[in-house]
Design a protein around this ligand. Structure first.
Ligand SMILES: *Cc1c(COP(=O)(O)O)cnc(C)c1O
Length: 410
């Protein structure tokens, strides 16, 4: 046998993996940061960016104080008195999977109100743990109404109803969420709401509306970083979790284990400390602004953006009554592709907007820091100029004027 001393020189040997030639980030990233006006991630405030650069012990008294404040601020943002607020290391989808897979298991009857791509994701997660899933498909571009959900509940008798507040993929707002939650609860079902793009941008009073689980991500309405997400369970939801026939299959997403970290200052897995600190600062800024003023800012900015886009003579994808404010969908004229529009506006104006998953639209976000007047002027100008360059005869000055008029009148 060969001795096991390690040779320090690395002779050329085809079995060795060569060190790759790479460049530093500074030569990959643009000199001037792009303005992130897509469907998330969104720009983050300075305080959030600074907090995200700090590493502390994931356990111990400093972290315990931080977590205590995160929970109490989150209760304000969710508008709940429930104790069962927690975070998760992962995207909004991880919070979604934590809610769905802790509440549902083999044979659980789950009714998914399906407005598009993200509502369908909750159905898929429930199916994967063996739940008996029924889809109530709503045609694209319109909100679910209470009557059709009531009929589906009467037919299917679900134990859980899932629904999205804002369907980011096609920019539909489920404006009837409150009556839908009420009738689901009356029928004895727990209600799970995806509020990833809407939390802190519009009212979602969890307790008042009788919602049992609310899910959110960091990188949208809250203007934090992606990768640390929040969710809240009602007492009824928590009881169901505690009386499961068996633990959930996803160890990292097990809410009972997460209770160790989020409620008992002990270990589950190493928390994403920097991201938790960033989320703390994002929540603190929501509290400093207050929900009322934050909702008003979002409404004012989104309405002004929509007015500017329409005055330019571009068309909004969803009719007024079901239109989501947090993400605005714009129809693509003249057979343009979303990819062409997004590439042009990014390259020539350093503004990022989003394409879509299927619908013939591009999307501009109005979440958190995206809702600032100076960002709106830059975005409307960049969009109008991009359309002109791509051969679409928009009236850019009319768009900018309408934006200004709307902001001044609000
Ligand atoms: C963005 C989004 C998600 C998914 O969030 P990720 O952080 O990408 O996992 C889910 N639901 C809605 C409504 C969203 O907008």
């Amino acid at each position: 046998m060969k001795n096991d001393s390690v040779s320090l020189d690395l002779p050329h040997d085809s079995r060795k993996i060569p060190c790759p030639a790479v460049v530093p980030l500074s030569s990959i990233l643009p000199e001037e940061p792009l303005l992130m006006m897509g469907a998330g991630p969104v720009p983050i405030p300075d305080a959030v960016a600074k907090a995200n650069g700090v590493v502390i012990n994931h356990l111990g008294s400093t972290m315990a104080t931080v977590i205590g404040q995160v929970k109490s601020m989150a209760r304000y943002v969710f508008q709940t008195q429930s104790k069962w607020v927690m975070g998760v290391a992962g995207p909004g989808s991880a919070a979604m999977e934590m809610a769905v897979t802790n509440l549902a298991w083999q044979g659980t009857r789950v009714l998914c109100v399906c407005n598009g791509f993200f509502s369908e994701r909750m159905a898929e997660m429930a199916r994967r743990v063996g739940a008996n899933v029924e889809l109530l498909k709503i045609e694209s571009g319109r909100a679910a109404n209470a009557d059709e959900v009531a009929a589906a509940i009467a037919r299917f008798r679900p134990e859980i109803v899932t629904i999205v507040q804002g369907e980011t993929s096609n920019t539909v707002w489920n404006r009837n969420l409150a009556p839908i939650a009420a009738l689901a609860r009356e029928a004895g079902a727990l209600v799970v709401v995806d509020a990833v793009c809407t939390l802190s941008t519009m009212p979602l009073p969890m307790d008042e509306w009788g919602i049992d689980a609310v899910i959110t991500g960091g990188q949208k309405g809250l203007s934090s970083i992606p990768g640390v997400s929040l969710l809240a369970f009602s007492d009824a939801a928590w009881q169901r979790i505690k009386s499961r026939p068996a633990p959930p299959v996803h160890w990292c997403l097990d809410a009972s284990l997460a209770e160790n970290f989020w409620h008992n200052a002990s270990y589950h897995y190493t928390a994403p400390v920097s991201g938790v600190l960033a989320l703390h600062e994002a929540l603190r800024l929501v509290c400093a602004e207050t929900l009322e003023r934050r909702f008003a800012r979002h409404l004012k900015c989104s309405n002004a953006l929509q007015a500017g886009i329409e005055a330019m003579s571009l068309k909004l994808y969803v009719a007024r009554e079901s239109r989501l404010n947090s993400v605005v969908g714009i129809e693509l004229p003249n057979g343009l592709s979303g990819a062409d529009v997004c590439a042009h506006i990014s390259r020539h104006h350093h503004v990022e907007i989003a394409g879509s998953f299927g619908a013939p639209i591009v999307r501009i976000g109005q979440m958190g820091e995206q809702c600032r007047e100076h960002h709106l002027f830059r975005t409307v100008h960049a969009l109008g100029r991009t359309m002109l360059c791509l051969g679409v005869a928009v009236d850019l000055p009319a768009g900018v004027a309408a934006l200004e008029r709307s902001l001044a009148a609000a």
